[in-house]
Design a protein around this ligand. Sequence first.
Ligand code: MG
Length: 168
Amino acid sequence: MRRIPSTSVKNLDEVAARLAEHPGPLTLIFDADNTLVPQGASSAEFEHRVNAVIDRFESMASVERVIVLSNGPQRGADRVIGRGNKPWTNGRRLGLARRSATPIWVIGDQVITDGVLAWRLGAEFFLLAIDPADDYPGQARMRRLGRFVAPLIFRKTGVSDPPDRSGK
Ligand SMILES: [Mg+2]
């Protein structure tokens, strides 16, 4: 089975640092809940934080497009795709051109939704580490499942190398 590059990150600053070194262009797909916004945030906070992240990453030279995807309901922010149906969302739903040569980076906190979506899209994946002390039981259960799935779909990488999308 073809595996995709995967890197663990502690925060979005680490992703931004990697982007600063990348020539681009890239499409970024962010998970919303627990990646950009803590679970249970008010819709005002959700909208504020999501828009701030979109603005921040859209302004980077190597970034062509920023997509924020949530499996939760559509909340406030009109720049978010709600009810994202991860990991089964397809490129058409995301407005990605078929056979586009633009590499995709997916940034999320759950392997079995965000990571599997990255794998399906032939993207590179960045797994955001979550402090177990802050975790919700349902999320923690999904995270444990993710540990079994990760070795099947990821090859660990410390360096930025272009993802191989040819096997798709
Ligand atoms: Mg999440």
